[in-house]
Design a protein. Structure first.
Length: 183
C-alpha cells in the first residue's frame, strides 16, 4: 500500500497549485508595490497548514514546498527565492511531525501556539536563506536594513499566514469538513 493515498496526493497538488498560482501572479505585484515580503509567506504557510491538516502525513508539507518551488521556477526562472521556501517547508514538516499531528492540529491551545510559532520560525528561516543566498548584500542593507531585518519581515508574514491558516481549518471544521472528507 502506498504511503500517500490518492486523497493525499490531491491535497498536495491542490495546495501547491493554489500557492504557485497566487505566488506567481499576485505576490510579485505586492512586493513591487510595497517592497515587503509578507504576501509570499502568508501564501506559503496557509498552504502548508492546510496540507498538513488535510493529510497528517510526514512529507506532505515538504513535497508541497518542493513542488511549488519547481513550478515557480518553471513559470518565473528568476524566482530563486522559492528555494528558501522549500527549506522552510521541510523545516515546517519536521517540526509538525516532531510535535505530532494530534498535538499540532487537534488540541486547541497547543495547535494555536504550535502552528503559529512554527510558521513564524520557518518563515524567518526562509528569509535568512533568501537574504544570505539570493539577494545582493548592498540592496539588502539599503532596502531592508540587513539580513536579520529581512528575516524578521518574513517572520511577520509567517505569523499572519499561521493565523489565517488556523482560521481556515477552523472554518472547514465548522462546516463539518474533516481531513478525510465529510462526516
Amino acid at each position: 500500500m502506498p504511503y500517500f493515498s490518492t486523497r493525499d496526493i490531491v491535497a498536495i497538488v491542490i495546495c501547491a497549485a493554489l500557492w504557485t498560482a497566487l505566488n506567481s501572479t499576485i505576490a510579485p505585484v505586492f512586493f513591487a508595490a510595497t517592497r515587503l515580503p509578507f504576501l509570499c509567506d502568508f501564501l506559503a504557510f496557509v498552504s502548508l497548514i492546510l496540507v498538513t491538516w488535510w493529510t497528517r502525513k510526514f512529507g506532505a508539507a515538504s513535497l508541497t514546498g518542493l513542488l511549488v518551488t519547481g513550478l515557480s521556477l518553471a513559470f518565473r526562472p528568476g524566482a530563486t527565492q522559492m528555494i528558501g521556501f522549500a527549506v522552510a517547508s521541510i523545516a515546517f514538516d519536521i517540526l509538525t511531525r516532531t510535535v505530532g499531528y494530534r498535538n499540532s492540529l487537534d488540541k486547541p491551545l497547543p495547535t494555536v501556539i504550535g502552528l503559529v510559532s512554527f510558521s513564524t520560525m520557518c518563515a524567518g528561516l526562509a528569509g535568512l536563506v533568501i537574504g544570505s543566498l539570493f539577494m545582493n548584500p548592498e540592496f539588502l542593507t539599503t532596502m531592508f536594513g540587513g539580513i536579520y531585518a529581512l528575516a524578521g519581515l518574513h517572520a511577520v508574514g509567517g505569523f499572519i499566514g499561521g493565523i489565517i491558516g488556523l482560521i481556515l481549518i477552523e472554518a472547514l471544521k465548522t462546516r463539518i469538513v474533516t481531513p478525510k472528507g465529510l462526516k
